[in-house]
Design a protein around this ligand. Structure first.
Ligand code: GUN
Length: 281
């Protein structure tokens, strides 16, 4: 069994981005720029946003952060988004999700032009992925594809089982694996006998949001297990996979923390650089 080192893969992505960001700045006379919008005081969301800003600094991007209190009129957030959309020196825009109750995230996200949608959440970017003509792809599933590539294992023809069907992780993950010639099964909260299906997986991706959901009896010997879970219990992080019982059955497994998590922001930075280059083409 090999533990996939997300921190190491992530660091090498960022090292590469650093060089590309320098070239961009030298060529275009400005830094690649990412704008982040956050509303409300959810501590986990603030941690993510702070890490995104730190990531920008690390690779030499400019970051712009708009923090709003919960209760700010939606139109005020919309105005900032419209201004960022029209600012030629801003390459990527993201709204940290979830937004507090009462905000229309569909409307607010629709104000981000597809060309600056570095989260890959827009209907156009989602549709292009499903047509296997990917433009910008959701960061977490994209990071998982890099982690799978780091194993050197062939994906073609493998049975991949994705547990979770969110628009941000489960669905784009299934599409990426399908585009990589896997046979893909998507399980969700209404699936009957998840364990039986999970046991058939050569590649098992757990994006359920329940600590320790995947247990040893659900894993085939030699499977690659990817744990997307970030479940905070009493300040400690737990994955969706019961690592202690599952690890010895796997060929490869991602730990929590230090697996998928570090990759997500690296992919966001990569998407931002790509958006910058594409917009100037
Ligand atoms: N909230 C949790 N994950 C994400 C993400 O990848 N992007 C955004 N914008 N919000 C999130």
């Amino acid at each position: 069994m090999t533990i996939i080192d997300g921190k190491a893969v992530s660091a090498s992505v960022r090292e590469e981005l650093k060089g590309e960001a320098e070239n961009f700045a030298a060529r275009y006379g400005r830094k690649v720029a990412l704008a982040v919008i956050i509303v409300g005081d959810d501590p986990a969301s603030h941690t993510y946003v702070n890490n995104k800003i730190k990531g920008c600094e690390q690779v030499g991007f400019r970051s712009i952060c708009h923090r709003f209190d919960d209760g700010v009129p939606q139109e005020q957030v919309a105005d900032v988004l419209k201004q960022l959309a029209n600012d030629d020196t801003v390459d990527g825009i993201l709204v940290q999700l979830p937004l507090p109750k009462g905000y229309d995230s569909e409307y607010l996200l629709s104000l981000i032009p597809d060309s600056k949608d570095v989260d890959g959440f827009s209907p156009a970017n989602t549709g292009l992925l499903s047509m296997n003509r990917p433009n910008t792809v959701s960061c977490t599933p994209l990071g998982i594809m890099s982690l799978l590539a780091s194993t050197g294992r062939e994906l073609k023809g493998k049975h991949a089982v994705v547990i979770g069907r969110s628009n941000t992780v489960g669905k784009p993950m299934a599409m990426l694996l399908l585009n990589a010639d896997c046979t893909v099964t998507v399980c969700h909260s209404r699936t009957r006998d998840i364990a039986e299906i999970a046991r058939q997986a050569d590649i098992l991706v757990a994006a359920v949001g329940r600590a320790g959901f995947v247990t040893a009896d659900m894993v085939k010997d030699g499977a690659i297990v990817i744990d997307v879970g970030i479940n905070r219990i009493d300040g400690k992080l737990y994955g969706d996979v019961d690592f202690a019982s599952v690890a010895h059955k796997c060929s490869y497994i991602t730990p929590v923390p230090g697996g998928v998590g570090p990759m997500t922001i690296s992919m966001l930075l990569k998407n931002t650089l790509q958006a910058a280059v594409n917009r100037l083409k």
